[in-house]
Design a protein around this ligand. Structure first.
Ligand code: MG
Length: 293
């Protein structure tokens, strides 16, 4: 269960910070190390005062300086030198399709701590309180609306962070990416830690936004061999952020998890990242199973 649990908390910054507060001086601060590493990162830091508040926990040092390279890519996982996705004006939301999930369609040890008033679903603000659909899904379309806290609270990965874990382990990232730069593979619509979105089509905090994902499930042979990597297309506010992109493995933090065989049909998990200061709101969550191949 340890690896499964890790998959759930991978983009949660709390929970990994067990090694105490980092007490380095200015000469060896992570911010200075990042500024020295690459002119693009230096510019990002200079253009975004306060961004360093996002990497104060000790585990960020390794994640932002020493994460492995992505396979077949010049970039590291969580690479801040990678170009920020271009901003694109949001367009019209497509008409939502599929079966609307009611509160009773979700389960979780601490589901009761999520607010479910007025047809909205609001995370509890505690990292461990992820929830999952009662039903299991393989190939599926999921659509929902979400609204980021206004005014925004926190920066970097601590602003409106949530995410949808398909098959319980492959995360499409949800984040307030409106004027909130972070590593591109952790922005709104990223296949977290693996594939950055092609664009930033985020609306400002306080406005409802629409997200639609078409997901094709990971498949394994009877001997545990991977037959098909999971793939996702992601459309935010009418703009394509991912076009049938493949996951490279299970979602992890500063790593890519190893493939491990699992059932094709599994619950969809909604992340509670623990950003208690400002909570994202969800509504109109719909699922539509895709026909078998
Ligand atoms: Mg997340």
């Amino acid at each position: 269960m340890a690896s499964a649990l890790r998959a759930f908390i991978v983009s949660a910054s709390v929970g990994l910070a067990a090694c105490g507060a980092w007490a380095g001086g200015p000469e060896d601060s992570l911010t200075e190390a990042l500024r020295a590493r690459d002119p693009v990162i230096r510019q990002l830091i200079d253009d975004n005062p306060g961004i360093e508040e996002g990497w104060q926990e000790p585990f960020w040092r390794e994640a932002l300086l020493d994460a492995p390279r992505l396979p077949g890519s010049p970039w590291r996982i969580h690479d801040l030198a990678r170009p920020q996705p271009p901003r694109v004006a949001p367009a019209a939301c497509p008409r939502p399709r599929g079966l609307r999930l009611a509160a009773s369609d979700w389960t979780g040890e601490n589901l009761a701590l999520w607010s479910q008033a007025g047809g909205e679903l609001v995370p509890s603000g505690h990292t461990a309180n992820r929830i999952a659909t009662r039903e299991s899904f393989g190939d599926v379309e999921l659509s929902l609306e979400f609204r980021m806290p206004d005014p925004p609270v926190g920066v970097f990965q601590q602003r409106g962070n949530s995410g949808i874990f398909f098959q319980q382990r492959y995360e499409v990232q949800i984040l307030d990416s409106y004027r909130n730069p972070t590593y591109p593979d952790g922005q709104m619509g990223a296949l977290y830690g693996q594939v950055p979105p092609r664009a930033n089509a985020s609306r400002p905090p306080g406005e409802w936004q629409c997200l639609a994902i078409r997901y094709r499930a990971a498949r394994f042979a009877g001997d545990g061999t991977l037959i098909a990597a999971p793939r996702a297309s992601v459309i935010l506010n009418g703009i394509t952020l991912q076009d049938d992109e493949a996951f490279l493995g299970p979602t992890a933090f500063a790593a890519i998890g190893p493939w491990r065989a699992h059932p094709e049909r599994l619950p969809i998990v909604l992340q509670d990242h623990g950003d208690a200061g400002g909570r994202i709101r969800f509504r109109n969550i719909r699922v539509r199973e895709l026909a078998a191949r």
